[in-house]
Design a protein around this ligand. Structure first.
Ligand SMILES: [Zn+2]
Ligand SMILES: [Zn+2]
Length: 346
Protein backbone atom coordinates (compact mmCIF):
# COMPACT_ATOMS: atom_id res chain seq x y z
CA UNK A 1 0.00 0.00 0.00
CA UNK A 2 0.96 3.61 -0.48
CA UNK A 3 1.51 5.39 2.85
CA UNK A 4 3.00 8.52 4.40
CA UNK A 5 5.81 7.31 6.58
CA UNK A 6 8.58 8.60 8.87
CA UNK A 7 11.54 6.87 10.50
CA UNK A 8 12.67 9.67 12.85
CA UNK A 9 10.75 12.36 14.75
CA UNK A 10 10.86 15.75 13.08
CA UNK A 11 12.42 14.31 9.90
CA UNK A 12 10.56 15.03 6.64
CA UNK A 13 7.98 12.23 6.12
CA UNK A 14 7.94 10.53 2.70
CA UNK A 15 5.61 8.40 0.65
CA UNK A 16 6.54 4.73 0.71
CA UNK A 17 5.16 1.42 -0.48
CA UNK A 18 4.52 -0.72 2.60
CA UNK A 19 3.01 -4.21 3.01
CA UNK A 20 -0.82 -4.23 3.05
CA UNK A 21 -2.12 -4.85 6.60
CA UNK A 22 -4.04 -8.02 7.47
CA UNK A 23 -6.90 -7.95 10.00
CA UNK A 24 -6.50 -9.08 13.63
CA UNK A 25 -8.96 -11.89 14.48
CA UNK A 26 -11.13 -9.26 16.28
CA UNK A 27 -10.41 -6.49 13.78
CA UNK A 28 -10.91 -5.27 10.23
CA UNK A 29 -8.82 -3.62 7.56
CA UNK A 30 -10.34 -0.48 6.11
CA UNK A 31 -9.71 0.99 2.69
CA UNK A 32 -9.19 4.62 3.70
CA UNK A 33 -11.47 6.93 1.69
CA UNK A 34 -10.76 10.17 3.60
CA UNK A 35 -8.55 11.25 6.50
CA UNK A 36 -8.30 14.60 8.31
CA UNK A 37 -5.04 16.43 9.03
CA UNK A 38 -4.92 17.47 12.68
CA UNK A 39 -2.52 19.23 15.03
CA UNK A 40 -2.25 16.02 17.07
CA UNK A 41 -0.55 14.45 14.00
CA UNK A 42 1.97 17.29 14.09
CA UNK A 43 2.63 16.69 17.82
CA UNK A 44 3.10 12.98 17.07
CA UNK A 45 5.53 13.68 14.24
CA UNK A 46 7.52 16.04 16.50
CA UNK A 47 7.90 13.28 19.12
CA UNK A 48 5.52 14.73 21.73
CA UNK A 49 3.54 11.46 22.06
CA UNK A 50 5.11 8.61 24.02
CA UNK A 51 2.80 6.02 22.43
CA UNK A 52 4.43 6.29 19.00
CA UNK A 53 7.04 3.70 18.00
CA UNK A 54 9.17 4.25 14.92
CA UNK A 55 8.88 3.81 12.01
CA UNK A 56 5.40 5.27 11.92
CA UNK A 57 2.38 6.06 9.72
CA UNK A 58 0.28 8.90 11.24
CA UNK A 59 -3.44 9.67 10.70
CA UNK A 60 -6.37 9.25 13.11
CA UNK A 61 -9.39 11.11 11.65
CA UNK A 62 -10.60 8.58 9.14
CA UNK A 63 -13.51 7.14 7.25
CA UNK A 64 -13.43 4.21 4.88
CA UNK A 65 -14.83 0.97 3.55
CA UNK A 66 -14.33 -2.41 5.20
CA UNK A 67 -11.89 -4.32 2.97
CA UNK A 68 -11.09 -7.41 5.10
CA UNK A 69 -12.70 -8.88 8.22
CA UNK A 70 -11.14 -10.95 11.05
CA UNK A 71 -12.59 -14.38 11.94
CA UNK A 72 -14.24 -13.38 15.24
CA UNK A 73 -15.91 -10.17 13.99
CA UNK A 74 -19.70 -10.52 13.86
CA UNK A 75 -21.14 -7.05 13.12
CA UNK A 76 -19.26 -5.96 9.98
CA UNK A 77 -18.82 -7.16 6.41
CA UNK A 78 -16.75 -6.19 3.39
CA UNK A 79 -18.07 -3.01 1.79
CA UNK A 80 -19.55 -1.44 4.95
CA UNK A 81 -18.99 2.34 5.16
CA UNK A 82 -17.59 3.28 8.56
CA UNK A 83 -15.64 5.66 10.75
CA UNK A 84 -13.92 5.11 14.08
CA UNK A 85 -13.26 7.23 17.20
CA UNK A 86 -9.62 8.25 17.68
CA UNK A 87 -9.57 6.26 20.93
CA UNK A 88 -10.71 2.68 20.54
CA UNK A 89 -11.46 0.43 23.51
CA UNK A 90 -9.95 -2.98 24.31
CA UNK A 91 -13.28 -4.41 25.44
CA UNK A 92 -11.80 -6.07 28.52
CA UNK A 93 -10.82 -3.39 31.04
CA UNK A 94 -13.07 -1.88 33.78
CA UNK A 95 -13.49 1.39 31.80
CA UNK A 96 -14.65 -0.49 28.70
CA UNK A 97 -17.03 -2.61 30.80
CA UNK A 98 -18.53 0.63 32.17
CA UNK A 99 -18.99 1.98 28.63
CA UNK A 100 -16.16 4.52 28.85
CA UNK A 101 -14.01 3.28 25.98
CA UNK A 102 -12.68 6.85 25.46
CA UNK A 103 -10.54 6.36 28.60
CA UNK A 104 -9.81 2.63 28.08
CA UNK A 105 -6.83 1.26 30.03
CA UNK A 106 -5.38 -0.32 26.86
CA UNK A 107 -6.31 2.19 24.16
CA UNK A 108 -6.10 1.52 20.45
CA UNK A 109 -5.34 4.80 18.70
CA UNK A 110 -4.72 4.57 14.95
CA UNK A 111 -1.89 6.97 14.07
CA UNK A 112 -0.46 6.82 17.62
CA UNK A 113 -0.38 3.38 19.29
CA UNK A 114 -0.60 1.75 15.83
CA UNK A 115 -0.12 2.77 12.20
CA UNK A 116 -2.76 5.23 11.07
CA UNK A 117 -4.73 6.36 8.07
CA UNK A 118 -2.31 8.43 5.97
CA UNK A 119 -2.28 5.30 3.84
CA UNK A 120 -4.44 3.33 1.42
CA UNK A 121 -5.31 0.81 4.17
CA UNK A 122 -5.48 0.83 7.98
CA UNK A 123 -5.97 -2.00 10.48
CA UNK A 124 -8.58 -1.36 13.19
CA UNK A 125 -8.75 -3.48 16.36
CA UNK A 126 -11.86 -4.70 18.25
CA UNK A 127 -14.10 -3.82 15.30
CA UNK A 128 -17.39 -4.89 16.92
CA UNK A 129 -16.73 -2.42 19.76
CA UNK A 130 -15.08 0.45 17.92
CA UNK A 131 -16.52 0.89 14.42
CA UNK A 132 -19.36 3.30 13.67
CA UNK A 133 -21.58 2.92 10.59
CA UNK A 134 -21.99 6.01 8.42
CA UNK A 135 -25.51 7.27 7.71
CA UNK A 136 -26.37 6.71 4.04
CA UNK A 137 -26.37 10.41 3.21
CA UNK A 138 -22.98 11.13 4.81
CA UNK A 139 -19.96 11.35 2.50
CA UNK A 140 -16.51 10.13 3.54
CA UNK A 141 -14.94 13.61 3.76
CA UNK A 142 -17.62 14.80 6.21
CA UNK A 143 -17.23 11.61 8.25
CA UNK A 144 -13.44 12.06 8.42
CA UNK A 145 -13.88 15.71 9.43
CA UNK A 146 -15.75 14.58 12.58
CA UNK A 147 -12.34 13.23 13.53
CA UNK A 148 -11.23 14.08 16.99
CA UNK A 149 -12.39 17.71 16.93
CA UNK A 150 -16.14 17.50 16.30
CA UNK A 151 -16.66 14.29 18.29
CA UNK A 152 -14.65 15.55 21.27
CA UNK A 153 -16.59 18.82 21.17
CA UNK A 154 -19.86 16.90 21.09
CA UNK A 155 -18.89 14.94 24.19
CA UNK A 156 -17.62 18.13 25.87
CA UNK A 157 -20.82 20.11 25.28
CA UNK A 158 -23.43 17.33 25.62
CA UNK A 159 -22.08 14.63 27.96
CA UNK A 160 -19.43 16.39 30.06
CA UNK A 161 -20.80 19.96 30.08
CA UNK A 162 -24.44 18.77 30.30
CA UNK A 163 -25.48 21.89 28.38
CA UNK A 164 -29.19 22.70 28.41
CA UNK A 165 -31.43 25.03 26.41
CA UNK A 166 -31.11 28.55 27.76
CA UNK A 167 -27.67 28.00 29.33
CA UNK A 168 -24.93 30.52 28.66
CA UNK A 169 -21.90 28.80 27.16
CA UNK A 170 -18.58 30.57 26.66
CA UNK A 171 -16.13 29.06 24.19
CA UNK A 172 -12.50 30.18 24.37
CA UNK A 173 -10.78 29.73 21.00
CA UNK A 174 -12.63 29.72 17.67
CA UNK A 175 -10.53 27.22 15.70
CA UNK A 176 -11.90 23.86 14.53
CA UNK A 177 -12.67 22.63 18.05
CA UNK A 178 -14.23 25.91 19.19
CA UNK A 179 -16.39 26.33 16.10
CA UNK A 180 -17.63 22.74 16.50
CA UNK A 181 -18.53 23.40 20.15
CA UNK A 182 -20.33 26.63 19.19
CA UNK A 183 -22.39 24.86 16.53
CA UNK A 184 -23.34 22.00 18.87
CA UNK A 185 -24.19 24.22 21.87
CA UNK A 186 -26.29 26.48 19.65
CA UNK A 187 -28.19 23.45 18.30
CA UNK A 188 -29.04 22.47 21.90
CA UNK A 189 -30.62 25.88 22.47
CA UNK A 190 -27.79 27.41 24.52
CA UNK A 191 -26.62 31.02 24.16
CA UNK A 192 -22.99 31.01 23.07
CA UNK A 193 -20.34 33.68 23.70
CA UNK A 194 -17.29 33.12 21.48
CA UNK A 195 -13.85 34.39 22.52
CA UNK A 196 -10.85 34.66 20.19
CA UNK A 197 -8.14 37.12 19.16
CA UNK A 198 -8.96 37.11 15.42
CA UNK A 199 -11.94 39.06 14.07
CA UNK A 200 -12.37 36.79 11.01
CA UNK A 201 -12.71 33.73 13.27
CA UNK A 202 -15.19 35.58 15.48
CA UNK A 203 -17.24 36.45 12.37
CA UNK A 204 -17.33 32.74 11.50
CA UNK A 205 -18.30 31.94 15.11
CA UNK A 206 -21.23 34.31 14.77
CA UNK A 207 -22.27 32.77 11.45
CA UNK A 208 -22.27 29.34 13.15
CA UNK A 209 -24.54 30.45 15.98
CA UNK A 210 -22.65 32.50 18.61
CA UNK A 211 -24.96 35.23 19.97
CA UNK A 212 -22.07 37.36 21.15
CA UNK A 213 -18.32 37.60 20.53
CA UNK A 214 -15.34 38.96 22.46
CA UNK A 215 -11.99 39.84 20.93
CA UNK A 216 -9.63 39.06 23.84
CA UNK A 217 -7.13 41.60 22.47
CA UNK A 218 -9.56 44.49 22.84
CA UNK A 219 -10.95 43.94 26.37
CA UNK A 220 -8.93 44.41 29.59
CA UNK A 221 -10.45 41.35 31.32
CA UNK A 222 -12.02 38.52 29.30
CA UNK A 223 -13.73 36.86 32.27
CA UNK A 224 -15.30 40.15 33.32
CA UNK A 225 -16.53 40.72 29.74
CA UNK A 226 -18.16 37.27 29.70
CA UNK A 227 -19.78 37.86 33.11
CA UNK A 228 -21.20 41.13 31.84
CA UNK A 229 -22.70 39.66 28.66
CA UNK A 230 -24.10 36.61 30.50
CA UNK A 231 -25.28 38.65 33.48
CA UNK A 232 -23.42 36.67 36.10
CA UNK A 233 -21.22 34.18 34.27
CA UNK A 234 -21.42 31.19 31.98
CA UNK A 235 -23.15 27.97 33.06
CA UNK A 236 -20.71 26.00 30.92
CA UNK A 237 -17.34 27.19 29.67
CA UNK A 238 -14.96 25.49 27.28
CA UNK A 239 -11.26 25.95 26.66
CA UNK A 240 -11.12 24.88 23.04
CA UNK A 241 -7.59 26.18 22.50
CA UNK A 242 -5.49 24.60 25.24
CA UNK A 243 -3.42 27.40 26.76
CA UNK A 244 -2.88 28.34 30.45
CA UNK A 245 -4.51 31.74 29.84
CA UNK A 246 -7.64 30.48 28.05
CA UNK A 247 -8.01 27.71 30.66
CA UNK A 248 -7.77 30.25 33.49
CA UNK A 249 -10.26 32.65 31.87
CA UNK A 250 -12.65 29.80 31.12
CA UNK A 251 -12.81 28.84 34.80
CA UNK A 252 -12.89 32.43 36.04
CA UNK A 253 -15.86 33.44 33.84
CA UNK A 254 -18.18 30.76 35.30
CA UNK A 255 -21.23 31.53 37.40
CA UNK A 256 -21.73 29.64 40.68
CA UNK A 257 -21.87 25.84 40.22
CA UNK A 258 -20.76 26.28 36.60
CA UNK A 259 -18.78 23.68 34.65
CA UNK A 260 -15.46 24.16 32.87
CA UNK A 261 -14.61 21.60 30.17
CA UNK A 262 -11.03 21.35 28.93
CA UNK A 263 -10.79 20.14 25.33
CA UNK A 264 -7.64 21.91 24.08
CA UNK A 265 -4.56 19.80 24.80
CA UNK A 266 -1.81 21.09 27.05
CA UNK A 267 1.53 19.45 26.51
CA UNK A 268 5.08 19.82 27.86
CA UNK A 269 5.63 22.84 30.13
CA UNK A 270 1.96 23.92 29.78
CA UNK A 271 0.59 20.64 31.14
CA UNK A 272 0.04 21.87 34.74
CA UNK A 273 -1.62 25.29 34.40
CA UNK A 274 -2.66 27.54 37.29
CA UNK A 275 -6.31 27.32 38.32
CA UNK A 276 -8.26 29.70 40.61
CA UNK A 277 -8.85 27.04 43.29
CA UNK A 278 -10.35 29.45 45.87
CA UNK A 279 -13.11 30.34 43.39
CA UNK A 280 -13.61 26.66 42.46
CA UNK A 281 -14.27 25.82 46.13
CA UNK A 282 -16.35 28.87 47.06
CA UNK A 283 -18.56 28.66 43.96
CA UNK A 284 -18.68 24.85 43.73
CA UNK A 285 -17.32 24.80 40.19
CA UNK A 286 -16.76 21.61 38.25
CA UNK A 287 -13.58 21.03 36.21
CA UNK A 288 -13.95 18.36 33.53
CA UNK A 289 -11.96 16.92 30.65
CA UNK A 290 -13.16 15.58 27.30
CA UNK A 291 -11.08 12.89 25.61
CA UNK A 292 -12.71 11.82 22.35
CA UNK A 293 -16.03 9.99 22.36
CA UNK A 294 -16.89 6.31 22.60
CA UNK A 295 -18.36 4.62 19.50
CA UNK A 296 -21.71 3.89 21.20
CA UNK A 297 -22.33 7.65 21.69
CA UNK A 298 -21.82 8.46 17.98
CA UNK A 299 -25.49 7.62 17.29
CA UNK A 300 -26.72 10.86 18.91
CA UNK A 301 -24.20 12.99 17.00
CA UNK A 302 -24.86 11.18 13.69
CA UNK A 303 -28.61 11.71 14.10
CA UNK A 304 -28.13 15.47 14.61
CA UNK A 305 -25.93 15.60 11.50
CA UNK A 306 -28.29 13.48 9.39
CA UNK A 307 -31.21 15.79 10.23
CA UNK A 308 -29.17 18.95 9.59
CA UNK A 309 -29.27 20.23 13.19
CA UNK A 310 -25.47 20.50 13.09
CA UNK A 311 -23.42 20.84 9.91
CA UNK A 312 -19.80 19.73 10.38
CA UNK A 313 -19.34 19.95 6.61
CA UNK A 314 -19.28 23.76 7.02
CA UNK A 315 -15.94 23.36 8.81
CA UNK A 316 -14.24 21.50 5.95
CA UNK A 317 -11.43 23.46 4.36
CA UNK A 318 -9.10 22.09 1.70
CA UNK A 319 -9.34 18.64 0.13
CA UNK A 320 -5.90 17.35 -0.79
CA UNK A 321 -4.06 14.29 -2.13
CA UNK A 322 -1.87 12.06 0.10
CA UNK A 323 1.31 13.58 -1.46
CA UNK A 324 0.17 17.02 -0.26
CA UNK A 325 -0.37 15.75 3.29
CA UNK A 326 3.41 15.91 3.86
CA UNK A 327 3.35 19.68 3.54
CA UNK A 328 0.02 20.04 5.38
CA UNK A 329 1.30 17.97 8.30
CA UNK A 330 4.77 19.44 8.68
CA UNK A 331 3.55 23.01 8.17
CA UNK A 332 0.82 22.70 10.80
CA UNK A 333 2.73 24.76 13.36
CA UNK A 334 3.66 27.67 11.10
CA UNK A 335 0.30 28.45 9.51
CA UNK A 336 -3.31 27.95 10.55
CA UNK A 337 -5.47 26.60 7.74
CA UNK A 338 -9.08 27.79 7.72
CA UNK A 339 -11.27 24.77 8.30
CA UNK A 340 -10.35 21.11 8.47
CA UNK A 341 -7.97 19.87 5.77
CA UNK A 342 -8.97 16.40 4.53
CA UNK A 343 -7.02 13.97 2.35
CA UNK A 344 -9.46 12.37 -0.11
CA UNK A 345 -7.11 11.04 -2.82
CA UNK A 346 -4.59 8.26 -2.19
ZN1 LIG B 1 -10.52 -1.11 27.64
ZN1 LIG C 1 -7.32 14.97 15.48
Amino acid sequence: MKALFFEAFGEMPRLATLPDPTPEPHGVVLKVEATGVCRSDWHGWMGHDDDIELPHVPGHELAGTVAAVGGSVSKWKIGDRVTVPFVGGCGGCPQCHAGHQQVCDHQFQPGFTHWGSFAEYVSIHQADLNLVALPENMDFVTAASLGCRFATSFRAVVDQGRTKAGDWVSVHGSGGVGLSAIMIANALGANVVAVDIADDKLALAKALGAVSTINARTVPDVAEAVREITQGGAHVSIDALGHPETCFNSIRNLRKRGRHVQIGLMVAEQSTPQVPMAQIIANELEILGSHGMQAHRYDAMMAMIATGKVEPQRLIGKRIALEEAIEALTGMDSFQATGVTVVDRF
